[in-house]
Design a protein around this ligand. Structure first.
Ligand code: WT7
Length: 658
């Protein structure tokens, strides 16, 4: 399939780093760091002339319409989908301002639709049933295949019928803990078809993280597979689920069904541990069910999925997305950001365990009747002639990496869509439209239709022109998350209270007025205690609480540091229980506590022994100082006079390399 590939989205979201291009950093390191961000990179005439949006004027007209008349703009888009009943009467209502009452966004409320129907049945009814929906590639050479839209629908219906048969109903949660097999999007689409709420948990999460999510959303069923191979090593996913389910029972949550796909290339059925009555082989039941399944029509504001993500404090947050607005938004952002053409083959390397895999492996492309690639292993050699658009997401891409991606991967021919967004936003928020304007390496450029980003200062005042500050959004957009599951108060506190009147993204950004009066937007990273490791979002508080659960750890403080390969690395300051000596063995066991409690991707890169931590007199850890120590910017420590015990800092510096 590789010579038919036209889009590659390269991201850092695959387990064991598979999504990262392994040579990327070697190349970057060899290159001089010029101030390349001043360059404008123009799309070719040939590209622009065929693009959906081919000029800044066209973008501006569409953008202005989307801001002046959001109802008109989005209802025209939503009308391209099938609605059993049209929304009524308003297209949307919003209150983004906490001072005016509960924060609430609603789009297309009262409309009845189904996203699975719109992705599959609608495509087939338009005569595209024979079009390939999914090319899949397994771990081994020759372990590959394809599914047409008609075939995909049949598989989705069989699973949907089975789920209904076992009593899964509209509104019930289903946890999906699967690697990137076609069964993963199939399971998502099957849940959506019957109105069940899927919650995909990335298969790199530990059993403790999984059980935390099970306890929170109390699913009717867990869908998993017996094992997955990472390289030559099988990872027994089912055993991870078994222990998560045992832990959930202890917390009063019993799941009656564990539907297990037999992933033959990784593990034989006979070797799989089994609990009769609860565990069922997918292959034994699902194919027995009819290949047609009636659609459950749901309200546009009925929940579609829950996806847990890290925040700066406490336990992971269940980000809740609803149906109608998410459908319109992911379909539209996909279409424009990748300048989608029906003959394209599109490959996004993300895992469905993250939001990118929801919006841009599954829903966005399939709603456009696109052909996608689902891939379990690595690409080693491939032709790139047919590539047309490249994508990037998840962290600021530095200008040198951008250049490498552009020059080497894209042969200096393919525009890059550096898309800025979040689990919470559902879809791209700031993104290049590849044929419409010149790109600047490292900048996500301009807002998507309907999005009004603003930069605010510490006090929450909007700042204009060339400036840096906090990135906020001024209005609702269809793809926005509607709440944190079971905790609307935390939703308001985290996102809408820091700068009243706005949605606060948690990111810093700057704007360069250069070529355009509105200015290019540059994301500069999180300003809260969230770190982004190889595209995996991790809250420092989660890592800290894992570390302090170790009996010999008295206290821990975790900060992010620049990391050549991962973007950010995890740097942990650890204070041991009195009398416990530092040792290599202890360092390893602290790291393994984090692996076991969160997942391997959250393992600290560095443990820094800390006899004490820098705290204010009121006991607050001064992370600003820890960040400087971690990145060895020792002459930029700033004011340390407010510390309860300033000598702690000296001790920390001298112990750095223990
Ligand atoms: C955080 C959201 C959205 C899918 C992947 C991550 C950072 C995301 C970019 C970009 C600079 C980016 C932000 C954001 N981020 N895209 N193009 N340039 N930073 O989703 O796990 O919800 O993380 O990722 O810091 O807040 P997520």
């Amino acid at each position: 399939f590789s010579n038919r590939l036209r889009h590659v989205e390269s991201m850092s979201l695959h387990p064991s780093g598979a999504g990262r291009i392994p040579h990327l950093n070697a190349v970057i390191l060899g290159e001089p760091l010029e101030s390349e961000e001043n360059d404008l990179v123009l799309p070719s005439q040939e590209f622009s002339s065929q693009a959906l949006v081919s000029s800044t004027e066209q973008y501006r007209n569409m953008y202005e319409k989307s801001i002046e008349d959001p109802a008109g703009f989005w209802s025209e888009i939503a009308s391209q989908f099938y609605w059993k009943e049209k929304w009524n009467p308003e297209v949307y209502t919003e209150n983004i301002d906490v001072r005016k009452g509960t924060v609430k966004f609603e789009w297309f409320k009262g409309g009845r639709t189904n996203i699975s129907y719109n992705a599959l049945d609608r495509t087939i009814e338009a005569g595209n049933g024979g079009k390939v929906a999914i090319y899949w590639e397994g771990n081994d050479l020759g372990d590959d295949g394809r599914l047409t839209y008609a075939e995909l629908l049949e598989k989705v219906c069989q699973l949907a019928n089975y789920l209904k048969h076992v009593g899964v109903r509209k509104g019930d949660a289903v946890i999906i803990y699967l690697p990137m097999l076609t069964e993963l999007p199939i399971a998502m689409l099957a849940c959506a078809r019957i109105g069940a709420v899927h919650s995909v948990v990335f298969a790199g999460f530990s059993s403790e993280s999984l059980s935390q999510r099970i306890i929170d959303c109390k699913p009717k069923a867990v869908i998993t597979c017996n094992a997955v191979r990472r390289g030559s090593k099988p990872i027994h996913l089912k055993e991870i689920v078994d222990s998560a389910l045992r832990e959930s029972v202890k917390n009063g949550v019993t799941v009656d069904l564990c539907l297990t796909f037999e992933n033959k290339s990784a593990m034989k059925r006979e070797d799989t541990k089994w609990q009769d009555g609860r565990d069922v082989w997918w292959q034994d039941v699902v194919p027995l069910f009819p290949t047609k399944c009636d659609v459950e029509w749901v309200d546009a504001e009925d929940p579609l999925f829950l996806l847990y993500t890290s925040g700066s404090t406490g336990k992971p947050k269940g980000v809740l997305h609803t149906t109608g607005g998410y459908m319109a938004y992911t379909a539209t952002t996909f279409k424009y950001a990748f300048d989608y053409k029906p003959s394209d083959v599109y490959w996004c390397t993300a895992d469905c365990g993250w939001i990118t895999g929801h919006s841009y492996v599954t829903y966005g492309p399939l709603l456009n009747s696109a052909t996608i690639v689902v891939f379990e292993g690595y690409v080693t050699r491939y032709q790139r002639k047919s590539l047309r658009v490249l994508g990037s997401v998840g962290e600021p891409i530095n200008p040198s990496a951008w250049r490498w991606f552009y020059n080497v991967v894209g042969d200096s021919r393919c525009p890059i869509s550096d898309t800025w967004w979040q689990t919470e936003t559902g879809g791209f928020m700031i993104t290049p439209l590849p044929g419409a304007w010149p790109q600047k390496p490292g900048s996500a450029t301009f807002p998507f239709f309907g999005v009004q980003p603003v930069i605010v200062d510490e006090k929450g005042n909007e700042i204009e022109g060339e400036c840096s500050g906090y990135l906020c959004i001024k209005n609702s957009w269809p793809g926005a998350f509607r709440t944190l599951y079971g905790d609307h108060e935390r939703y308001e506190t985290t996102y809408f209270k820091p700068f009243a009147g706005y949605y606060f993204t948690g990111d810093g950004c700057s704007r360069w007025v250069f070529w355009d009066k509105d200015g290019y937007i540059w994301l500069t990273g999180r300003v809260d205690d969230v770190i982004n490791v190889s595209g995996h979002r991790i809250g420092t508080a989660e890592v800290e609480s894992a570390l302090v659960s170790h009996p010999q750890c008295a206290e821990a403080a975790v900060v992010g540091v620049d990391h050549e390969i991962k973007g950010q690395g995890i740097y942990a300051f650890v204070t041991l229980v009195e009398g416990v000596p530092y040792s290599e063995e202890l360092r390893k066991s602290l790291i393994s506590v984090v692996r076991n409690q969160i997942g391997a991707f959250a393992a600290p890169d560095k443990i820094h022994w800390a006899p004490g931590l820098p705290k204010t007199r009121s006991g607050k850890i001064m992370r600003r100082i820890l960040r400087k120590i971690a990145s060895r910017q020792l002459n930029e420590l700033g004011d340390t006079s407010t510390l309860a015990d300033p000598s702690v800092v000296e001790q920390l510096i001298s112990l750095g390399d223990c």
